[in-house]
Ligand binder design. Structure first.
Ligand code: EPU
Length: 404
């Protein structure tokens, strides 16, 4: 019960920071979440020669004019998925890039063939060897690129490589996620010419130089959704603040279908949940569909709804790894390929569990909030990758949670 304030979007921040490498001047970026992935990227940028000043916990001032290196090869670079954005940014800036292969949360094969296809279409030669991605070009020239799958990463990466290219690049079948729009807005604020972000065709007219400026990252749609579900799973009444309610439509509408009251303001959503929830069928889809990054959390909520629900994961091929852990709390879930069939139970009970990835970790925290007795969650390092101050925020809402 109470209010919770949402931080800046992780998946926007981890793209905007590499984008700052394209700027031959100073970018001041506000509303960055204070999370591990952001700190690792800050370090990677410093290693490339950028001067990064911490203005406050959520604001970095990055001087991109001092960057001299195009090789991001340190071990920690490979630990974050978003390090792939360093390739697009460095390729755009220097026409060459060498970056350690991206790691990040492990849920099945995470190919980057569409990123590579985009870079090649702009004129680069790309090689993957010895755990490194190497991209070189004499010059980058705009082209028309059709993405075979709707990919957030490929859309943003091609955009990064194209903003300083000669001529116009058109990305067809582009991802429409709010953070794609946010990166485009950031680039435009710095002097780029990107049009159509948020639709499935993005047009990028190359400019000579990006000069710098000030930008504020959008709020985190997934963190917001996680706290909305926290309210719902505890029959609570929570106001989730500092968000863009339009980004939450797919989640809000599904929650309303389950009998939860959603009140929307300009920059907040209040969630008022009854004791009994109705079952629902959910399918993850690229934006504006239900986000895959809320799939484990939503499945946890459905596991205490009355009746049988289904959850279809259509973005990732292996994102039900958390189910075995969740079942330890008493949830009844059967996974059949890309579908989970969820039999609602009345109660969950405390258990010893371990996070298998970031959102799986969040789902286990949600289960623990609902469970009778104590739940001990291992591998919380995953949760720290994407949720700032989760214990403090949940404690303020009335949860008993501590880090040991
Ligand atoms: N795909 C390809 N080829 C590619 C790229 C993607 O086949 O070259 C496929 C993927 O295998 C997947 C689908 O396309 O099946 C979508 O992948 P996408 O590229 O959109 O994912 P991503 O950019 O690697 C980002 C987020 C993920 C989020 C997805 C989908 C970041 C750093 N990561 O990943 O976030 O699940 O978009 O919305 O932005 C998370 O925050 O927990 C997280 C995993």
């Amino acid at each position: 019960m109470g209010d919770v304030t949402i931080n800046g979007a992780k998946n926007a921040a981890v793209a905007i920071l590499p984008a700052a490498l394209l700027v031959d001047g100073i970018s001041e970026i506000e509303n960055l979440p204070y999370i591990d992935d952001v700190m690792k990227l800050k370090r990677a940028m410093e290693d490339l020669g950028a001067v990064v000043n911490v203005e406050d916990k959520h604001t970095l001032k990055i001087d991109g004019s001092t960057i001299y290196d195009y090789k991001a090869i340190n071990e920690y670079v490979g630990n974050i998925r978003a390090s792939y954005y360093l390739i697009g940014a460095l390729l755009g800036r220097f026409k060459k890039a060498e970056v350690a292969m991206p790691g990040g949360c492990n849920f099945g094969v995470r190919p980057i063939d569409q990123h590579i296809k985009g870079f090649e279409a702009l004129g680069a030669t790309v090689k993957v060897e010895n755990g490194m991605i190497k991209a070189y070009a004499d010059k980058l020239v705009g082209n028309k690129i059709y993405l075979d799958v709707v990919s957030v990463g490929a859309t943003i990466n091609v955009m990064l490589a194209a903003v300083l290219a000669e001529g116009t690049t058109i990305i067809e079948n582009a991802a429409k996620e709010p953070h794609v729009v946010d990166v485009a807005n950031y680039l435009n604020m710095m002097g780029a010419n990107v049009k159509g972000a948020g639709t499935d065709v993005i047009r990028i007219k190359g400019v000579e130089k990006l000069t710098g400026g000030k930008y504020s990252t959008i709020p985190d749609q997934i963190e917001a959704g996680t706290y909305m579900i926290a309210a719902a799973i505890t029959a609570g009444d929570v106001c989730v603040r500092n968000i863009i309610p339009e980004h939450m439509y797919s989640v809000s509408l599904k929650m309303m279908e389950m009998g939860i009251t959603i009140e929307e303001g300009d920059d907040y959503i209040r969630v008022i949940a009854p004791e009994k929830l109705k079952c629902a069928n959910v399918k993850t889809l690229p934006h504006p569909g239900f986000p895959t990054d809320l799939q484990p959390q939503m499945a946890t909520l459905l596991s205490v709804a009355e009746g049988t629900s289904t959850m279809i994961e259509s973005v990732w091929d292996n994102r039900f790894q958390y189910v075995d852990e969740l079942k330890k709390t008493g949830a009844k879930i059967k996974v059949e390929g890309r579908m989970a069939v969820i039999e609602g139970v009345k109660e969950l009970s405390g258990a010893k569990v371990a996070a298998t990835d970031l959102r799986a970790g969040a789902a286990l925290v949600l289960a623990a909030l609902r469970a009778k007795g104590e739940t001990v969650i291992g591998n919380v390092k995953y949760i720290d990758r994407g949720y700032e101050s989760i214990e403090e925020k949940l404690t303020a809402l009335g949860a008993e949670i501590e880090r040991r």
